[in-house]
Design a protein around this ligand. Structure first.
Ligand SMILES: C[S@@+](CC[C@H](N)C(=O)[O-])C[C@H]1O[C@@H](n2cnc3c(N)ncnc32)[C@H](O)[C@@H]1O
Length: 436
């Protein structure tokens, strides 16, 4: 039995298999391979290998004394890989491809009892709902001291797809990717470290598919909606007319939210990380440095977890109607962390909802806990719910409450503490947001 994620991936990739190699992936896998040092004689495992673009490069590097194995779940992709192998049987005698779900490597007979010098995952990590758990599973097959290499997308890369992902989350629909966590180099570093790996480097690879940066007109949302939601909807996620109508409105809204001066910018970059399993086979624990994790947090059931390398700041109690009803009480207490310092390490049950025009809110669908929100008017900062912070992990003191906001919407049964904090009828950005 394959995972739901794998079933969706097959739907997504089967129809692309026959012309997958006529894309930028060929060039990108060469750049990926150049960042890892593979030695003759080594044993390499290329997961989500697709048509084997990277696997064949790895086979070249390990030579006849080594071995390269590619695993993928999509039959069409593997047929192309096998075809290429058959064309050069002698050269590729030491390459093997296996079909299987890489979230369940234990089910693949050929991998039983094996450990590899190098494991790679190219252009696939953002297909998995919980990247850290997936990496942890994959690296069970990595030798102590072995190398793991993976990439994840820049938040502005492949913008139409990212907008679609946000729309799907708002409609509670499944799409075959999960990119929201991959914000910068430190997000990928954090995910690798949470999987117990020691990170050698994380770099930004620019010009992944060759265009660098490009601008779209804000009015172009409609073209991308048709392309992504109607033409490319292989899993028929949006096939129902009612869902499609709702998706159309949300697609426009999410697209417009990304626009600056009427233009939406797309950046053709990815983050590429190379990490190692500690030589004694143990889990790597990040050492103390200026980037030390100062607290962890998450929801009640563990489906959402995060780490922060920055102390909490700007403690704010919000009494708006949305916070009141979400909390089930009269208010929600928040604190701020810069996005650079925050890493969502487990996101399998995380859902984003827009409940007011000011912010996207994150929740855990497993236990219902509110996690935090991102304001539309303030980039680079996330507000986390104070109750999501694990005090057991916290090295520091929670700052004093700075402000009580949206007091004009406060429920009558709530008493605001007399703590000397600022009291605002709305909030500091009210003018900017056009609030009276
Ligand atoms: C964008 S392609 C990348 C292929 C290749 N690594 C490359 O760089 O050209 C993503 C691949 O991930 C595979 N994939 C997705 N989920 C998978 C899963 N659970 N198990 C195995 N393969 C999976 C898909 O079948 C597809 O071939």
């Amino acid at each position: 039995m394959t995972s739901e994620q794998a079933d969706r991936a097959v739907l997504f990739y089967e129809s692309r298999s026959f012309n997958y190699d006529d894309s930028w992936h060929d060039h990108f896998t060469q750049r990926f391979a150049a960042e890892i040092s593979i030695q003759p004689g080594q044993h390499v495992l290329d997961l989500a290998c697709g048509t084997g673009l990277l696997t064949f490069l790895e086979a070249d590097a390990v030579g006849s004394s080594g071995h390269a194995i590619g695993v993928d779940v999509t039959p069409g992709m593997l047929r192309v890989a096998e075809f290429k192998k058959r064309k050069e049987p002698e050269k590729y005698a030491k390459v093997d491809f296996y079909q299987g779900d890489i979230l369940k490597l234990q089910d693949i007979e050929a991998l039983k009892g094996k450990q590899f010098d190098v494991i790679t995952v190219s252009s696939a990590l953002v297909l998995f709902p919980d990247p850290a758990s997936a990496i942890e599973h994959w690296t069970e097959y990595l030798k102590p001291g072995g190398t793991f290499a993976v990439d994840s997308t820049h938040p502005r890369n492949l913008i139409p797809g990212m907008v679609l992902e946000r729309v799907a989350r708002r409609l509670d629909l499944q799409v075959p990717y999960n990119r929201e966590w991959s914000q910068n180099e430190s997000s990928l570093k954090g995910v690798l470290e949470s999987a117990g790996l020691n990170v050698d480097k994380v770099i930004t690879v620019e010009n992944q598919s060759g265009y660098g940066k490009r601008q779209y007109e804000v009015g172009q949302w409609d073209d991308f909606f048709v392309e992504n939601v109607i033409v490319k909807d292989v899993a028929r996620t949006f096939a129902n007319n009612d869902i499609r109508r709702k998706a159309q409105g949300l697609y426009k809204e999410e697209w417009e939210r990304l626009a600056v001066n009427g233009q939406v910018e797309e950046i053709d970059s990815v983050f590429l990380g190379v990490a190692r399993k500690p030589a004694d086979g143990s889990r790597y624990v990040a050492s103390s440095s200026s980037k030390e994790t100062v607290f962890e947090g998450g929801c009640r059931c563990g489906g959402v977890r995060y780490t922060s390398t920055q102390q909490p700041s700007h403690v704010t109690f919000c009494y708006c109607r949305a916070c009141s009803s979400i909390s089930g009480s009269g208010y929600l207490p928040f604190f701020h962390v810069d996005d650079d310092a925050l890493n969502f390490t487990h996101t399998s049950t995380m859902k984003t909802l827009v409940l007011s025009k000011f912010a996207d809110r994150f929740f855990c669908t497993g236990c219902g806990a509110p996690i935090g929100m991102k304001y539309h008017f303030e980039e680079g900062v996330t507000a986390l719910v104070l109750g999501s912070l694990d005090l057991d992990t916290f090295k520091g003191t929670i700052p004093k409450v700075e402000q009580h906001i949206f007091l004009r919407e406060k429920a009558p049964w709530v008493t605001v503490p007399d703590d000397g904090a600022k009291r605002l009828e709305t909030f500091a950005f009210a003018g900017q947001m056009g609030i009276e």
